[in-house]
Unconditional design. Structure first.
Length: 96
């Protein structure tokens, strides 16, 4: 049995800054041993880029759709691609 791996880019819109969203996602990424990052965008969104086992990426996406209790997610955009193995262990990045 081969383990399916992949890469996901997620953009979360709503009340997702100043509510602990990045740390919430960081904990999930670390728990699932994903590589990648989460960061705030200047436009108020949060962006996530992650690689790892597909089932873990699907779980990460599910959590991003919910967010922490203090967040209000309005829309989630998702792009899947092949794993590129160019990311470091999951981290929080500075806003851009």
């Amino acid at each position: 049995m081969t383990i399916q791996k992949g890469r996901i880019n997620i953009v979360v819109e709503g009340r997702v800054q100043g509510v602990g969203f990045r740390y919430f996602i960081y904990e999930i990424g670390a728990l699932f041993k994903l590589t990648g990052w989460v960061k705030n965008k200047f436009n108020g969104n949060v962006e996530i880029l992650a690689e790892g086992q597909k089932e873990n990426l699907v779980a990460l996406l599910g959590e991003a759709r919910k967010g922490p209790q203090t967040a209000q997610v309005i829309n989630v955009s998702v792009k899947w691609s092949e794993q590129q193995n160019d990311l470091t262990p999951f981290t929080i990045r500075h806003t851009d």
